[in-house]
Design a protein around this ligand. Sequence first.
Ligand code: PCA
Length: 216
Amino acid sequence: MRAPTILLTGFEPFGGEAINPSWLVAQALDGERIAGCTVHARQLPCVFGAARVALDAALADVRPALVLALGQAGGRDGFTVERVALNVDDGRIPDNAGQQPIDRVIEAAGPVAYFATLPIKAMVAALQQAGWPAAVSQTAGTYVCNHVFYSLMHRLRRRRGWRAGFMHLPWLPEQAAARVGQPSLPLAVQTAGVHLALHTALATTTDLRASGGAES
Ligand code: PCA
């Protein structure tokens, strides 16, 4: 029997950036063995629709026991593990194919939202204990990251035992360099953090009971 696999996705650069930390981290972890599982990294286009097609191909190819999709959230100051995916596309900026959907439902027959099925509190706690800034995020936005996150949870809704979620990563220092005052984390830290988060997700069957809430 082949070893269980992890699908780790990252995005191509978007919004005028030359790099995207989510893909650089996924690439750095490709082939890594974590708690007996092999990581398979796949790049997704930052394009509504096409990202979903690429995700479906990756799911069929890798047949993972666990999926973590990664995306860049410039301006956030740490690792943010997403709680919920919304059934809506609403682009603040056009995607890499020039599409800018407004208030478009992703899955006509789908629920308004899905929760991640990863132990998000335990993942955040492990990152914080390692000394890295991390928090639960209450929204993955309404752009291509949320589109992929929602599509992922919709695809896996009837597959017991396939766990999946989404983590946003901050800018890399070279992206923040021209944006004085904006937060960033180096690639080595981002890579180690995602490694630790995956390890924690695999090792945790019942999530921690710890607050990850917010007032607004
Ligand atoms: N971040 C964008 C899409 C691709 C990415 O890395 C987002 O947060 O929606």
